[in-house]
Design a protein around this ligand. Structure first.
Ligand code: SF4
Length: 377
């Protein structure tokens, strides 16, 4: 039997369905796999008509998906926010996406890995309740796989509270680039980066660098608008995106630099009260999305870039919402909502991510300085 690794709260997750504040059956691309499509071909929701379920399916971006209704909700969602498919036919008629969500399972040759994605508000609550993300199996015991060792090293750095979140991301990316430039990866090199003195030296070097918060702000603002563009055109997540996108557009034209520096500092203080949540979020992202069954070192580097970008855009969205509210205190509801929205917007598969990065940046693999600009001090 294969070894199993899970985040240790994995089995405690329960969908709260009709009580959910941000139901996954709305404003989303719900994929319909081949087997489900075949089952739906012969099934009608009511006994006396010929409205077979496959009528609710359409092609979008090359994938077969559920066609959302005018309210941008799944047509099978009833007024009590329950799924008519489950009520009428049972769980086995759900598409694979619906049956699994928000669980994510990766099957490797020697092991299966389980995690929960942050596109679900209940999962964010669970992450927020953990002092530290733990796993059901000690990954340090599994040192035969070199890519697994790299991931363990990244998680260890991300959980090291001596380093701020931003610094941890920068250190991880520096190490990855260093390893990536060699022809083959050796265990010896990874072990070097487990050494406290080596990590301290890297941390001190970053401390001695100068970071300009306005440059980071401008880059994040531009990236946020770029990522939001398609969703705004399709009028998805409108209530979350539109108000902050309007602010972002205004700021991209002009802003008072002195005032902005003060606001960024005030926000930073508020945002830091969610440090544990974001550290947990990043640990889970690294665990579930940096290393997949078909990964090589290059794809790990690419996915760390994407995770860093997702974090930067999340933080920026929360900043814009905080500006909009003109509130001193940053509420957990705002933080949770934007973790969910941005995770849903940026939850592409690896191929799409590579395409986006290829199209948007000069090189698929960034220079360290670009990631540092994005993340900021
Ligand atoms: S988002 Fe999560 S809690 Fe809400 S309905 Fe979907 S699975 Fe259930």
């Amino acid at each position: 039997m294969k070894k199993e690794i899970k985040t240790d709260y994995y089995d405690t997750f329960t969908c709260i369905a009709d009580k959910c504040s941000f139901n996954c059956c709305q404003e989303w691309k719900i994929a319909v796999d081949d087997d489900t499509y075949i089952k739906w071909n012969r099934l009608s929701l009511t006994k006396h008509n010929n409205n077979y379920l496959d009528q609710y399916v359409k092609q979008k971006d090359g994938t077969r998906v559920v066609a959302l209704n005018e309210q941008k909700q799944c047509p099978f969602l009833n007024e009590q926010k329950l799924c008519n498919l489950v009520l009428n036919f049972g769980d086995e008629f759900l598409s694979e996406t619906c049956a699994i969500f928000p669980r994510q399972i990766h099957e490797f040759a020697d092991r299966k890995e389980y995690s929960l994605v942050s596109c679900c508000p209940e999962v964010v609550d669970l992450m927020n309740q953990q002092d530290k993300i733990c796993f059901t199996k000690n990954m340090f015991d599994m040192d035969e796989d070199i890519l697994l060792q790299i991931r363990t090293m990244m998680i260890t750095i991300m959980q090291n509270q001596h380093f701020s979140i931003s610094k941890s991301v920068m250190m991880i990316f520096y190490i990855l680039l260093d390893i990536h430039q060699n022809e083959s990866v050796l265990k010896k090199e990874i072990d070097e980066y487990k050494d406290k003195a080596v990590l301290k030296e890297l941390s001190d070097t970053i401390d001695n660098m100068q970071f300009l918060s306005l440059d980071t702000f401008e880059e994040n603002n531009e990236l946020f608008l770029d990522i939001a563009e398609n969703y705004r055109k399709q009028e998805l997540y409108t209530s979350y995106l539109e108000p902050i996108a309007v602010i972002a557009e205004n700021l991209s034209r002009d802003y008072d630099k002195r005032k902005m520096i003060v606001q960024l500092q005030k926000f930073e203080k508020q945002f830091s009260s969610y440090e544990k949540l974001f550290r947990n979020y990043l640990v889970v992202e690294i665990f579930s999305n940096s290393l997949m069954p078909e990964s090589d070192l290059e794809s790990i580097v690419v996915m760390i870039q994407w995770i860093a970008m997702e974090y930067a855009i999340m933080r920026h969205s929360i900043f814009l919402s905080w500006l909009l509210d003109e509130q001193e205190k940053l509420s957990y509801t705002v933080v949770r909502n934007y973790i969910v929205v941005i995770s849903r917007m940026m939850g592409y598969d690896q191929e799409d991510i590579c395409q986006y990065l290829d199209k948007s940046f000069e090189n698929l693999i960034w220079e360290w300085g670009y990631l540092a600009l994005l993340i900021g001090a």
